[in-house]
Design a binder for this molecule. Structure first.
Ligand SMILES: [Zn+2]
Length: 283
């Protein structure tokens, strides 16, 4: 089974990605609450191109990725669980929870370290959120994320299946939390007890620094609550959050070449609270 996963991980992940991307995009087309400022086809073309460049870059730089790292670590007896085996299911669950904590930490670092924030701005300067924002990451950020993930996988000695499942979960959740949907507060409150919701992550994309620097989680909501980075409600009201970065509001930053150049752009590196123009809701 594990050998099969290592061998066919790419095609499996690609097919699952396409399925969920189309499924979530169909849902948000029907239930999308904020008006799209740009055509979805244009956004998809730009974001999918950026994602493709990022994936090709990490493929060229890393000889193997997370799932294969887990396989090699297992063969060589590297990592905590490979040296201290316990019940298989416990290893799988704890590894996935650990990887989620690592991703929370990585995201926090992207915001708190100035050099990383330069790169992460490409994701945050999107002035609209939809499922395609979930794949909008600069190649340098993807490189950093992968490096961080490989170290974590080797450290914990995660089972191959745990890494494979977590990679899929992270990919799907990243698209889900950026969806152009608004979940009814009563239901959202229940979901937030254990997972990140689009309402919760939308606050993270606020232009208000205090809110941008909060709600870092992608899958489990516990980390933000545990480490004091949880914002329950936006001061603007959850329906009126100003999305994006004011300094990159100009149309030229919507092009792929300019997005790729953003990390080298000296524009103000700090996001400040300013007069906000909320996204327009569909009538
Ligand atoms: Zn962020």
């Amino acid at each position: 089974m594990e050998k099969w996963i290592v061998q066919y991980q790419d095609i499996c992940r690609l097919l699952i990605f396409i399925f969920f991307f189309l499924l979530l995009a169909t849902i948000e087309k029907k239930y999308g609450i904020w008006r799209w400022a740009d055509k979805r086809s244009v956004r998809w073309t730009t974001h999918l191109s950026l994602a493709l460049i990022s994936k090709v870059t990490i493929r060229l730089i890393f000889p193997f990725l997370a799932v294969t790292t887990a396989w090699i670590a297992q063969q060589k007896g590297i990592g905590y669980f490979n040296q201290n085996p316990t019940l298989w299911i416990i290893e799988v669950i704890l590894s996935m929870v650990f990887l989620d904590l690592v991703m929370y930490t990585q995201h926090l670092m992207m915001h708190r370290i100035k050099a990383f924030w330069r790169v992460h701005r490409v994701h945050h300067m999107d002035r609209h959120l939809d499922v395609s924002t979930g794949i909008r990451f600069h190649p340098i950020e993807e490189m950093f994320t992968m490096g961080f993930k490989l170290l974590a996988v080797a450290f914990i000695g995660a089972p191959v299946i745990a890494v494979f499942l977590y990679e899929i979960l992270l990919n799907v959740m990243t698209m889900f939390v950026h969806m152009n949907v608004y979940i009814q507060p009563r239901f959202d409150k229940v979901l937030r007890l254990f997972m990140i919701t689009p309402n919760m992550h939308r606050i993270h994309h606020s232009d208000y620094l205090k809110e941008t620097n909060s709600n870092y989680g992608f899958c489990l909501s516990i980390w933000d609550k545990l480490f004091g980075t949880y914002t329950y409600r936006s001061i603007s009201g959850d329906n009126k959050i100003y999305i994006g970065l004011e300094e990159f509001r100009y149309p030229q930053f919507k092009t792929l070449p300019n997005m790729l150049l953003v990390p080298f752009n000296p524009r103000r590196l700090k996001v400040r609270h300013r007069k906000r123009v909320p996204s327009r809701m569909k009538s």
